[in-house]
Design a protein. Structure first.
Length: 318
């Protein structure tokens, strides 16, 4: 009886697969798409990228928008098919022209890589208008740089804000920078600190560094050396060179932490290991210096690094 029940259960589980397969083989585009997804995920069938691409293609050729998008992704990554960016762009375009927001973003981003900024802005805008946060962020970058669109800081700030309000760190950081510099918005250090904090709490090292500087200077926020040390440390632990230098300086001066030349030297050494020549050579000297000479050097040389004079323009996806 138990074996009979098991066979029945297995048959019932397999029934949806065979139903989809039968429909797919009869040309049902939705069933072909579903079957492609099942092979992609290994759901109720062995995972098989080639079979996934096969069924996505059959659905895509019938105009199934999500199948077109998925087939584009497979050509983009070389999953189940040979990597082919022209084929990826072809299928992304077909889906994008049907209004698929993800395909519009992918197509726009491919044009960025080709430095065809006019086409990029066209497709990113269509995705951004549908609320795609990554498209909004990248469109903001294009307005910030004047790529494919006239440079317009107010438009850059607008699109950064829309992406930032969806909770993404990179546009939050860039919006904070716009407020700090008064680019496209009225200069407002309090708003700059607010947006830096949102990004910093998500681990954005640039934002952590800038927020630490604002706490150190008491600009837009109550001066607080403890908080400055906290955020310098978080950025420094991610390998952020300027934060490592500044954290060393806080230990040297005893601001927000007990004065500790050993800790100061440790952070300077970490920074020094990244810059071994040119005007930064002074930090290399800390590595093998005796204690008294190090004290003399530290008293005369370390300084708080000022905020960057230019936006950190990043194209990483969110």
């Amino acid at each position: 009886m138990k074996q009979y029940v098991l066979v029945v259960m297995l048959a019932l589980c397999a029934a949806p697969v065979w139903a989809d397969l039968a429909k797919a083989e009869q040309g049902d585009a939705d069933a072909q798409f579903e079957l492609g997804g099942m092979y992609d995920e290994g759901k109720d069938v062995p995972q098989d990228d080639a079979e996934s691409a096969k069924w996505f293609r059959k659905a895509a050729e019938q105009g199934h928008v999500k199948a077109q998008y998925n087939l584009g992704l497979m050509y983009q990554s070389g999953q189940g098919v040979s990597k082919d960016y022209s084929q990826a762009a072809k299928w992304f375009r077909k889906a994008a022209e049907q209004g698929d927001v993800d395909a519009q973003f992918e197509l726009g981003f491919m044009y960025i890589k080709e430095k065809n900024y006019t086409q990029s802005a066209k497709w990113l805008r269509q995705a951004a208008d549908q609320g795609h946060a990554n498209a909004q962020y990248n469109l903001g970058l294009m307005y910030d740089k004047g790529e494919g669109v006239p440079q317009d800081y107010s438009q850059a700030a607008k699109w950064y804000r829309q992406a930032a309000e969806q909770g993404h760190a990179s546009p939050q950081y860039n919006l904070g920078l716009m407020y700090y510099k008064g680019k496209g918005v009225a200069q407002d250090y309090s708003q700059a600190a607010n947006w830096y904090l949102k990004a910093a709490e998500q681990g954005d090292a640039d934002a952590q560094f800038e927020l630490a500087l604002m706490y150190h200077e008491g600009r837009g926020i109550v001066q607080d050396y403890l908080q400055a040390v906290n955020w310098f440390r978080k950025a420094a632990e991610q390998g952020y060179l300027k934060a490592q230098v500044n954290l060393g300086t806080m230990y040297r001066d005893g601001k927000g932490v007990p004065k500790d030349y050993s800790q100061a030297a440790s952070w300077y050494r970490q920074a020094a290991s990244k810059v071994l020549q040119g005007r930064n050579t002074i930090w290399v000297l800390c590595i093998n210096m005796d204690k008294e000479s190090l004290k003399t050097l530290l008293k005369r040389s370390a300084f708080i690094v000022k905020p960057l004079s230019k936006a950190m323009i990043r194209r990483n996806t969110i």
